[in-house]
Design a binder for this molecule. Sequence first.
Ligand SMILES: [Cu+2]
Ligand SMILES: [Zn+2]
Length: 177
Amino acid sequence: MGGVTQKMTDTVKSVPILSSPGIQAVVVLRDPNNGQVCGQVDFLQADDGIVTVSGEIKNIPDKQKRGFHIHEFGDTTNGCTSAGAHYNPDNNDHAGPQDVLRHIGDLGNIVGGSGNVAKFNFKDSVIKLTGPHSIVGRSVVVHEKEDDLGQGGNAESKKTGNAGGRMACGVIGIKKN
Ligand SMILES: [Cu+2]
Ligand SMILES: [Zn+2]
């Protein structure tokens, strides 16, 4: 009996999907108006659908927050403006990443650190790299101000978080492994 149990356990452990590298996407951020904010963000979707977002963005002043979103279009033909609004296929109000009802694109803020570099690594269960609401082919935008996460007490807060202008952007693409 013990021997049979051991064999079954071994079989489960060897299921190859457990070692799957997941699906990866990447975006290079730059300012089309030749500003200083630039960087790279990586997205890794694990088998459970959770996406890890990690990156480094330069020229974000130490301890300052900057709005950080997925916008609906992967279009920079008119700078970051043509990236459109926050990606929001469900027509929700703007909110923060921890809110149940939010724009899919609402990833909150990045925070500057030492050397004026914002380094981050967090998980998000709303954005996806696959399926009908995939963010691949859309844009990441870094804003000039802090995102108030929908708590600003005015109409604009429920649309954009009052994050102001667009300092850098880039189109999310499939990453070369
Ligand atoms: Cu934005
Ligand atoms: Zn939003």
